[in-house]
Design a protein around this ligand. Structure first.
Ligand code: ATP
Length: 248
């Protein structure tokens, strides 16, 4: 699974693409996806017959009102949850055909997550937070883990803050740490759930520029949920949802 990083770099040596073209290979493909949440009192159809293809190198925004299924969609794309019906394919292969070990590898290596509220561990330094996902990679030495974490922090412009704790950082800096943590494993895809939702407009712009740069210069495929139309318009494609269905 370590080769995923290498294959990412090979693939992305091509010019990065914003927007789907026939020449780009789908990295994620959702076909006829339905997700129904069943509780004791109510059944909620969170996603209804969703068909969505994400091509390698794209930056796609997902927009829609609260409760329309955006986070549900992201957790299905991140293989954190399963659809009630329909098919998810990763690199052209249905998720059901991957073994549990392969799926764990995909989640850990291929996909990085960024959340609105950062999800950092307050008791750990910036460097330790970023290094955390690498602890699941026994083949890496402690030194290699540290080097990769420092390199990821460098990419987000925070190499001077490795010894800080999250409480000593601004919101924008915390989100940068979270992005470094998402990047440290060398993922092909970043799934970002309202990454600027807790930030003021200046810090939000900075984070948006960082994500745009990662997409453009490193070819990282990004799917971002946002309520901000101006940010969405900077990405290659905007997909709109309403009541669990795509409306544009
Ligand atoms: N674990 C769950 N159990 C039951 N219902 C759920 C669960 N998760 C989400 N839902 C419901 O599914 C629907 C879609 O929720 P989801 O969180 O995907 O929406 P969203 O578009 O991300 O909303 P927001 O913009 O407010 O974050 C909502 O009606 C929600 O109440």
């Amino acid at each position: 699974m370590e080769n995923l990083l290498a294959s990412t770099i090979d693939t992305n040596s091509q010019p990065p693409l914003n927007g789907a073209t026939a020449a780009t290979a789908p990295v994620l493909q959702l076909t006829n996806i339905e997700k129904v949440y069943q509780t004791a009192t109510i059944e909620t159809v969170a996603l209804n017959r969703v068909n969505l293809t994400i091509n390698r190198g794209e930056f796609v925004s997902i927009m829609g009102p609260s409760g329309c299924g955006k986070s549900t969609l992201l957790s299905l794309m991140g293989l954190l949850d399963e659809p009630t019906s329909g098919t998810i394919e990763v690199d052209g292969r249905p998720v059901q055909s991957y073994s549990d070990k392969e799926l764990a590898g995909l989640r850990n290596l291929k996909i990085g997550f960024v959340f609105q509220s950062y999800h950092l561990i307050n008791d750990l330094s910036v460097l330790d937070n970023v290094e955390l996902p690498l602890l699941y990679r026994p083949k890496l030495s402690g030194r290699e883990r540290r080097q990769r974490a420092v390199a990821a922090l460098d990419k987000v412009g925070l190499s001077a803050r490795t010894g800080h704790f999250p409480s000593q950082l601004s919101g924008g800096q915390r989100q940068r740490v979270a992005i470094a943590r998402a990047l440290v494993g060398g993922p092909e895809i970043i799934l970002a759930d309202e990454p600027t939702g807790n930030l003021d407009s200046v810090m939000g712009e900075e984070i948006m520029d960082l994500l745009l740069g990662l997409n453009k210069t490193e070819g990282v495929t990004i799917v971002m949920v946002t309520h901000d139309i101006q940010q969405a318009m900077k990405t290659g494609r905007v997909v709109r949802f309403f009541d669990g269905s795509q409306v544009g």
